[in-house]
Each structure stands twice: as structure tokens, then as C-alpha cells.
Design a binder for this molecule. Structure first.
Ligand code: CP
Length: 320
């Protein structure tokens, strides 16, 4: 799903649908723009007027805690008018098509849609069919992509580790069903890390996973050697059509991150997780809440990254 629908003829961001097809300098521009917004969190009045007069609609067709709230906070901090649609109480439940919902919202002079959908490609589909002045931001589509999560994770890694070029990053768990993993692998490789390693049982890896630009380990203890950054993933049971594991407790024994298994990584390794975390399934509470965990820092950074992406997308064709 790589195409330049995301960029205007000047190479500036118009939509933000996937990391694929973007480039290193654009990712760095997003990180630098987010850096300029970080201080707003500490101001007495947490607002800048960049998107004053713009209308942003959050369309979440799938559940969310972190992404939905940080998008809403980010839009409010940019002074936009924000509408968070509750899909369960909208006319979607009466059989209205996605495109008809979009057409009706367009008729209300909307400037941006933030879309989460269980179907891969939904945000891309909306971007193809919406009016040319409207930007679409992908807040997670099926198993395909979660590019704003990847960017807030890149921001958190850069904040702590500074230089991507020497880093070995391990992504551990259910890679097969993870839109986060796909976007993370693309962003980490684009930013030039030394290695992206996936650690998982064979049943939780896509076929030909090496072609994504990763090395592979099926053993947590061995796989954590020399690792600087650990990204844990939950088992995405809602996307599993058959039993891929003997049991959750067996999975935790082999692939759960505990204080003991964490010792196999570098002593200053950081532990990340996009959330929601399942304690005792992929990660022990002592690690999730421990000194190497940056899980809540990731959540905080989600606001500045989403502010950056929304502001940059609205700059297209001089619309700011
Ligand atoms: N990381 C993430 O997408 O979390 P939510 O599903 O709560 O938005």
C-alpha cells in the first residue's frame, strides 16, 4: 500500500497513512516538529493557535484508549475544533456505508479525519475518496499500519538513546497480527538502526518475515543479547482465527519479559510497549512498572507527535 497519495507535489505531508513510501528526512522533520511542541505540556495554558478555525473529526470504528485520547488532546492543544464520533451510537449501526458517513461529515466543512478501523486499508480508502482539501490520518487499520504509534515510539527512542545508527532493537511477541510491528520495522529501518530483531514463536511470525528487513530469533534469552531497545507486543487474540499457542501461561514461560529475562539485554536497555499491556501474559508487572520501562513516557509523547503530524498535514498547499 505504498503510494504518494500521502505527499503533495512539493513532497509535503498531505495524508499520514503508512510509513511505507515516506523518507528519512520527512520522519526526522516529524520528530523535530514534535520536539518543538513538547514544552507546551508544561505551559500554564497548554495551547497554540496553529489549527484555529480548523475542524477535525475522530472516527474510531474500533476501540482505543491511548490513540483516541491523545489525538483529541493534540487537536485541542493546536486550537482546532474537535469532534470525536461515537461509532456505536452513529448511523453506521443502521447500515450507513463508510463512504456515506464520510460524505455527510464532509458536508459539515470538515478539514481532517483521524480514522481507526478494523479493516486494513480503510484510512487509505477514505483518503482516495474524500474531498481534496481534507487530510486523513491513519490511527490504526487492521493488521496493516499504525504509523503515529511508530512515530511516537521513534520519538521516545531518540529522546533517550539520541542516535539511531548504533541501536539494536528487539520486537517481541505477536508480530503476525501486529500493525504496530509493521510500522515500527519500516520506521526503524528508514531511520537507520543497526538491527531490528524479531523474537517470537514461529506461529506468530508472518511468512518470509526476513524480507521486512529484520533478523529472527525464536529464543528470548538468546535473542535479547546486545539489545538496546525492547518493544513488547501483546497477543492480539481478536485477530487470531485459530489457536496458535498451547496456552497463555506456556507463552509467558517462553516469551514473557521478566526481571530475569531482561538481564539478557544490555544493562541500559529500555522497555517499550504500545499498550494495552497484558500483565503476566507478555510482560511481568515488575518490568512494566520497573526502572527500565518507558511505557508511560510513550503515552505522553503521543500528544506531541500527533500535534506534529496534524500540523504538518494542514500545512499542505499553504492551507495554514
Ligand atoms: N497503542 C494503541 O494503539 O493503544 P489504543 O488501542 O488504546 O489506542
Amino acid at each position: 500500500m505504498s503510494d504518494n497519495l500521502q505527499l503533495n507535489p512539493e513532497g509535503k505531508l498531505k495524508h499520514f497513512l503508512t510509513i511505507e513510501g515516506l523518507n528519512k528526512s520527512l520522519l526526522q522533520e516529524i520528530l523535530d516538529t514534535a520536539e518543538s511542541f513538547i514544552g507546551i505540556n508544561d505551559q500554564q495554558i497548554k495551547k497554540v493557535p496553529l489549527l484555529r478555525g480548523k475542524t477535525i473529526v475522530n472516527l474510531f470504528f474500533e476501540n482505543s484508549t491511548r490513540t483516541r485520547t491523545t489525538f483529541e488532546l493534540a487537536a485541542k492543544r493546536l486550537s482546532a475544533d474537535v469532534l470525536s464520533m461515537s461509532i456505536s451510537t452513529s448511523s453506521t449501526s443502521k447500515g450507513e456505508s463508510l463512504l456515506d458517513t464520510i460524505r455527510n461529515l464532509e458536508a459539515m466543512f470538515v478539514d481532517m479525519f483521524v480514522v481507526r478501523h478494523a479493516i486494513s486499508g480503510a484510512a487509505h480508502f477514505i483518503a482516495q475518496h474524500t474531498a481534496p482539501h481534507i487530510s486523513v490520518i491513519n490511527a490504526g487499520d487492521g493488521q496493516h499500519a499504525h504509523p503515529t504509534q511508530a512515530m511516537l515510539d521513534m520519538f521516545t527512542i531518540r529522546q533517550i538513546k539520541k542516535d539511531f545508527s548504533r541501536l539494536r532493537v528487539a520486537i517481541i511477541g505477536d508480530i503476525l497480527h501486529s500493525r504496530v510491528a509493521r510500522s515500527e520495522i519500516q520506521a526503524l529501518n528508514m531511520l537507520g538502526v543497526a538491527e531490528v530483531r524479531v523474537i517470537a514463536p514461529k506461529t506468530l511470525l508472518p511468512a518470509h518475515v526476513e524480507s521486512l528487513g529484520v533478523t529472527v530469533s525464536h529464543n528470548l534469552t538468546e535473542g535479547l543479547a546486545d539489545i538496546d531497545v525492547i518493544i513488547m507486543l501483546r497477543l492480539q487474540k481478536e485477530r487470531m482465527s485459530s489457536a496458535l499457542l498451547p496456552s497463555e501461561s506456556e507463552y509467558f514461560k517462553c516469551f514473557g519479559l521478566t526481571e530475569d529475562t531482561l538481564k539478557n539485554a544490555k544493562p541500559d536497555a529500555i522497555v517499550m510497549h504500545p499498550g494495552p499491556i497484558n500483565r503476566g501474559v507478555e510482560i511481568d508487572s515488575k518490568v512494566a512498572d520497573g526502572p527500565q520501562s518507558v511505557i508511560l513516557k510513550q503515552v505522553s509523547n503521543g500528544i506531541a507527535i500527533r500535534m506534529a503530524i496534524m500540523a504538518m498535514a494542514m500545512q499542505k498547499q499553504g492551507s495554514l
